[in-house]
Write a protein that binds this ligand. Structure first.
Ligand code: CP
Length: 320
């Protein structure tokens, strides 16, 4: 596997889930694969889970890990080609990326959407420069439009906790005070469509996800109706994806707190498990009682980030 951005980069998801289960049983089984190999983890944006879980996954595989926080100690990078670099940016990504590639065997990149230029975000312009110019296998640690390590961990968590063969999984928008990227809901919708679940997506008008990810999944604008009989409730905020209203791309269209997941929302479900990728704003996305309930999976879900990353890095090491 030379790139990891979309569900189909991993191939058969049942095989990937079996690998995840194996790694969970024997975390260090493939420790030999990373011997004398280095993974470089590059963060353009903040992280807690991705930063820790990907380092742990790398060590499970015997890899050396180098972490670079681009905005803390590195030269400020220009990402656009054709500009006259007479401002505060000292180095161009086109030199920095192959230099980074010279020091490692694999590269992980976290680079959030700018939320101002939809085309640049949906073309994954920064991640693509790493893929094209580093000479190394590259995996997304959440890029402009996708967070596949999170979606894979979510799928592992659903597989471990499902009580029916084909559970109903509801992805619901919830309010947030800041404009957030669409990467998590994009990937979640994409991966759930590829998995054996009944997916329903619910959000206010204007928040329609890109068809590349949401495909022909059922969209229900009445949140309570969508939640009826759900086995899993996956809450997340996202800003306007600009699908039905291009001029509003990246903007907050609603702060309607009636979309916050509380006990009344959970009461119409099939005793659903609650999921969120974290970090989560309590009182905005979800109430304290729901996130603290025995049906909340947010901690095991975060723990499975180590497992999803171990499978992905293992696949990349096997392809070197
Ligand atoms: N869910 C997730 O990616 O968390 P971090 O932003 O803390 O890495």
């Amino acid at each position: 596997m030379k790139t990891f951005l979309y569900a189909n980069d991993l191939g058969d998801l049942n095989r990937a889930l079996a690998e995840a289960a194996e790694i969970k049983r024997e975390r260090y089984k493939y420790e030999h694969l990373g011997r004398h190999r280095t993974v470089l983890l590059i963060f353009f944006n903040n992280s807690l889970r991705t930063r820790l879980s990907t380092q742990k996954a790398a060590r499970n595989l015997g890899l050396d890990v180098v972490v670079l926080d681009v905005n803390q100690g590195a030269w400020k990078l220009e990402t656009e080609r054709g500009v006259i670099m007479d401002g505060d940016k000292s180095e161009h990504l086109l030199e920095a990326v192959p230099v980074m590639g010279a020091y490692c065997d694999l590269i992980g990149v976290r680079t959030f959407a700018g939320l101002s230029d939809r085309r640049a975000d949906y073309e994954e312009r920064i991640l693509r420069q790493f893929i094209e110019h580093s000479g190394r296998p590259v995996f997304s640690m959440e890029s402009a439009t996708a967070h596949p390590l999170q979606a894979f961990a979510d799928l592992i968590t659903i597989e471990e906790h499902k009580r029916t063969a084909r559970p109903k999984v509801v992805l619901t928008w919830a309010p947030h005070p800041r404009a957030l990227p669409q990467a998590v809901p994009d990937s979640f919708a994409e991966w759930m469509r590829a998995a054996d679940v009944e997916l329903v997506v619910t959000h206010p008008h204007g928040y329609e996800l890109d068809p590349l990810f949401v495909g022909d999944a059922r969209v229900e604008y009445d949140q309570m109706k969508a939640l009826e009989g759900a086995d899993f409730v996956y809450a997340k905020n996202w800003s306007c994806p600009g699908v039905t209203c291009p001029d509003d791309y990246g903007k907050i269209l609603s702060t309607d707190r009636s979309w916050t997941i509380d006990a009344a929302h959970m009461a119409v479900t099939n005793d659903a498990a609650f999921m969120h990728c974290l970090p989560v704003r309590r009182g905005m996305i979800v109430t304290d009682d729901v996130i603290e309930s025995p049906r909340s999976l947010v901690i095991p879900e975060a723990a499975n980030r180590e497992i999803s990353a171990t499978v992905v890095l293992k696949r990349m090491l096997e392809s070197l």
